[in-house]
Design a protein. Sequence first.
Length: 99
Amino acid sequence: MLTGKQKRFLRSEAHHLDPIFQVGKGGVSGTMLRQIEEALEARELLKVSILQNNDDDKHDVANQLAEGTSAELVQLIGHTVVLYKPSVNNKRIELPRAK
């Protein structure tokens, strides 16, 4: 579980990133979750865009993505989801210490 300070730090790190995945009409699929897990292992922090043609609630989609990839939901702003999962092999992001 991330603290508020850690989430703020991750939001600032994610600000300049572009979404690399899109959730469309088909919703969240198992294949998509595997691809996002692989990308999280390589990058640790990424954005996912929820397209307008997706009929599901954006909060449900964000939670499905976070739970399906075992990642932390950092932020849902508009139709963009920010996910964080510490990498096992490619650790790059050093989070501020929780008090």
